[in-house]
Design a binder for this molecule. Sequence first.
Ligand SMILES: *Cc1c(COP(=O)(O)O)cnc(C)c1O
Length: 377
Amino acid sequence: MGFSTDAIHAGQEPERATGALITPIFMTTTYAQEELGINKGYEYGRRDNLTRAALEKNIAVLENGKYGIAFSSGLAAISAVIHLVKAGEHVIVTDNVYGGTYRLFEKIMTGFNLQFSWVDVSSLENVSSAIKENTRMVYIETPSNPTLNITDIRSTAELCKKNNLICAVDNTFMSPYFQKPLNMNADIVVHSSTKYLNGHSDVIGGIVITNDKDTNKKLKFIQNAVGAVPSPFDCWLTLRSTKTLALRMKQHNENAVQIADFLKNQNYVKHVYYPGLKSHPGYELAKKQMTGFGGIISVDFGEEETARRFIKKCKIFTLAESLGGVESLMSHPATMSHASVPPERREKMGITNSLIRLSVGIEDIEDLLGDIDQAVQ
Ligand SMILES: *Cc1c(COP(=O)(O)O)cnc(C)c1O
């Protein structure tokens, strides 16, 4: 089936009792058991919920995966993934990783004796030379946040296979519409569904997808044992959202391409980070492994004053954390998403005080360009 057909139908059948077309919100914490030891396969809401199961199936199909395991936030999903690694083991991570992931790994998981190497994984040699005897996982994020570095998923996954390592990919920025890491032999895909998957800035959620039966079993166990499950209502909203994922992603991409093109020609702009620009170091690779460039653009204005003025004067672009919603947002990574990253690491990553990240929404392009133009006058 095509992507949109799957998005609209996968995991969703008319409800058995009434024929209700839309998957109901099963608001129940428990299930009646007929006799001791006899039930319908459902016992307790933390472990099983039908609305959640429909969402898990739906997104798994979109990622071309067999299993989906949903969580109450993207970080809960990432936390479940890192629980696959045990004390004394080592993980190689994109040095440009989402700030919250850095915080979870470096400030929490090191306390459980997990070891991390922060590596520029856009070079395969760097990954290769970081592998140690106790390495268990390579965790990548591509495009990365906020400078949109591109990592070769296929060759990283191949290197992982050779060395018996788990290859995990955070696919939040692309969504399965533009990038399918499992098709490139990654073992695990993780999403903050808070972003494009839900896309309406009203649900915090996360999901992990895999093709491996054993990994799924472990993750299901972690989901139930650790307990960061999403509410049935949140699952229902996200399931409603994935139906329009293709339409939304097309428009995010179309608008972002035009905005990046516009910005790169302005003399008040020092640098535009967007994988759809030929000047982007990851452009060729992006064209190969993605079917679109996405809706995130980072702009370095060179002068902090210009960045401040831009933030102050924009009317449609709203200053706010997060990304991937239908409305256009902007953020200041140095003081917002990446505030927990030490300043010297930030500087190395290109996260200057004059850098602004745009999450381009699906409003009319003329209005978005007009907003940017008036903001810098
Ligand atoms: C937002 C985000 C996360 C964290 O997800 P939450 O839903 O906020 O917990 C992880 N990875 C990326 C790339 C993100 O953008």
